[in-house]
Design a protein around this ligand. Sequence first.
Ligand code: ADP
Ligand code: MG
Ligand code: ZN
Length: 575
Amino acid sequence: MSQLTQKSSPLNILQEVFGYPVFRGAQAEIVDHVSANGDALVLMPTGGGKSLCYQIPAIARHRAGQGVTVVVSPLIALMHDQVGALEEAGVHAAFLNSTLSGEQAAHVEREMMSGRLVMLYAAPERISNPRFLAQMDSLHERGLLSLFAIDEAHCVSQWGHDFRSDYLALSLLHERYPEVPRIALTATADDLTRADIIERLRLEEAQIFISSFDRPNIRYAIVEKDKPREQLLRFIRDEHEDDAGIVYCQSRKKVEETAAWLEGEGLKALPYHAGLDVAVRQRHQDRFLREDSVVMVATIAFGMGIDKPDVRFVAHLDLPKNIESYYQETGRAGRDGAPAEAWMAYGLADVVNQRRMIDESPAGEEFKKGQRGKLDALLALAEATDCRRVRLLGYFGEASTACGNCDNCLNPPATWDGTDASRKLLSCIYRFHQNGGQRFGAGHLIDVLRGKVTDKVTQYGHQTLSTWAVGADLPEQQWRAVLRQLIALGHVVAEGEYTTLALADSARAVLKGEVQLLLRVPTVAPKKGKLARGGSSSSKPGGAGRSAAPIELDEEAQARFDQLKAWRAEVAKEH
Ligand code: ADP
Ligand code: MG
Ligand code: ZN
């Protein structure tokens, strides 16, 4: 390898080209390693500064005569932004993707083949394109293929949250150009995903650089869902008046409804999802980036590659799929280091439906098991009575002490001894099972516990069960909380197309009285009737007139399930 001249020292490039005085965290170490031909896997939180980890080696290596760095990036918008910024900084960079005309693409190819180009950004599908491979072969033969950077590397893993099958082809880079160094970067990788990335990208020899995932300026808060929109509005008004923020919803419909509603309440709220016209999306994104205090209400289609430093809050109106998604999405708050907030509202229906989505997916059993485990970890976070940050960092394998800044640290949640209530609930599920082997959903279970006579209760003769009305002392909302926590703790399994409840093996110890369960005191007042809003006309409390299907799904759960289905379809389309 050629000597790096003083002019090409990484620090010099950082200062001259990018205008930053010093490296952040592990950047210097990573840049040195990659500049000197080492493979690297970089795990750094969103906003941590991953781009410079490959851009600076790319520039240094180019100056040393090693030619072009190929950057694999999953999103066109991301490529445009990065290339624009590089060109502005005087670094010759370009992208090849479907937005270019034939003439433009030919020009970029000429720049690449001459070796003048420092960085070429390409979508993953291009890598396995025969024409592109031939071009890389030619560069390689002439010693002008310098480095591969694989951004958002978690896209290669099915365990990650943005799986892209095109990423699988990237293993060929190692096979075809074994001595060209590679750097893979991601903000999201728990142990499982990490191992998967290493295996699929053939990074066994790579040095792994793990930065702390802590985002100390972000305060985490998770509240129980009651009237989520009103709760959200209160949160914004109380703490984020005039701030820019992102509100994530699962379905396009909910995005539009929520944005319209917030706008009606006087906020500058804009919708964003992949179903909107490209021009509209672009306009909303531009306004979010340029104007003050815009609240973007969006599906997960929005966010990757958006580098707005002063997003003051990220709110979730629906439960994300797992902790990695949650962390990635909330990580978009407070990139400037100033205080920011991650706020989420969640309820029983979220839990039940997420599990049902997994059960119903066509994936293999092993995959589903992994997904269930990941969901359980998120539920445990949501139900935690101790520090959220400790839990989050623990999930990424990092030990820490109570942060003093999250909702649980600031207001330690009251707990109550829910052992007795839990035993009643578990016995009731057991009795259902004994009494004809039927399984039922949450609504019916709670009706039986509370001694509410409904058509279904009569139909199945459930007034005769020994657990009939044993829980009349607790309000419905509290029973929902008990059930949610039992699901989160893994004692109850919600499964199947109609989301019925079954006992897990661990329930036995609770039933026997061997385990004491301290549960969160619900913070939400008991509801008058379910579905006060957005309701179908048949949703009268009390359950009369519901379909007499043998297994029930309560209306709220059904509504959310439909949304989830739409959302999953959308995600499938977008990736
Ligand atoms: P990531 O890809 O890890 O999410 P980026 O590479 O987009 O993060 O960087 C996030 C922000 O931090 C950008 O605005 C970038 O310019 C800035 N940044 C990165 N490294 C440094 C540094 N050493 N000094 C100052 N700012 C930096
Ligand atoms: Mg990045
Ligand atoms: Zn804390």
